[in-house]
Design a protein around this ligand. Sequence first.
Ligand code: GTP
Length: 380
Amino acid sequence: MQESLPHPRRHPGDAHRRGGALDTASVTAVILAGGQGTRLRPLTYHRPKSIVPLLNVPFLAYQLALLRQHGIRDVVLSCSYMVDEVRETMGDGDRYGVRLGYAVEVEPLGTAGGVRNAVDLLGGRVVVLNGDVLTDADLGAMLRFHADRRAAATIYLTRVPDPTAYGLVELGAEGRILRFIEKPDPAQITTDTINAGAYILERRLLDRIPGGRMVSIEREFFPGLLADRIAFFGWVADHYWLDIGSPAKYRQGQLDLLARRVATTVSPAGALADGRLSAEGISMAPGASVARPSLIGAGSRLGAGCRVGPSAVLGPGCAVGAGAAVTGAILWDRVSVGDRAVLQDCIVASGARIGAGAQVGAGVVLEAGAVVADHARLAG
Ligand code: GTP
């Protein structure tokens, strides 16, 4: 099922080169946003992974900003799980300076099936992003690499310190892909580059993806390209890259954003610790303190003598009790923290209530509406 996207148009300020130009305004993008996000449960029981908040902004906003920065304004969201929530949050894309279309799967079609399902909304050259990758990759450089080699498909590859946990991609001359090595033994490791979940595909390749069933881009579509000797390349780059699909990495991504380790044009929602808290309707009782780097959501109330930060993110409308301490923790909207409670390096979803004197430790993830009893101790 697809919904129309206005025909791609060029806008003033879109990135393109004149004369032998690379015209990114004619490139369309599809974001794979249909996964169930099982690793990120229980957060994803009530909100799909693609729109979990990072610094109080839905995750997809970072990907749309990256695409827009590189001149790509026509984007299709390939959805399957909790589609209404995605649509309600992202709308027609106007707020993000892009035009959004939706390709909706009745049954999940997998990562390649999700791209194929969007085909009628896509142009000749397509950027595909996994909807859980936080990156500041230079997509313009990747598109040039692809065009210069007359590639049919290009994968963005990133280097990792411990390649054993991933599928590795081995390259030959000029970056041509030679083979994929799934979760290698140490003896098999010949490279440290892994698939970073961003691709450029010529639209004609999408005809190769069978319809009506689940198809994996990594396990079925890419090996098929290799077998048929299609012009298939890997673009290796050392930009910031993180798969936010597990609780630890979801938290890490926000700490990295707070520390400005990721280049993005997205502004956090709320007040940074060094900003004007009162401008966001945040109230601070005497003795309350906020340590940098931290972000406090609009309308939050900080009780007497409480300590928030460093590295804390509070969503809008949170309440932190007197003498409580919140460090390294990610709180979604409307979380209430009782007097003298201690929260450290944990994640707490919308509307949860932490009792007075409770302790919530590193690695704990609390789902929306959770209630923690007074003086309870939770460890990850
Ligand atoms: P886990 O269950 O935690 O592994 O997460 P996931 O369901 O998101 O799977 P995975 O991380 O492997 O998916 C990579 C990307 O593809 C994510 O952005 C998913 O949203 C997306 N994705 C996974 N399966 C589908 C699908 O069947 N259809 C669509 N449209 N997207 C999918």
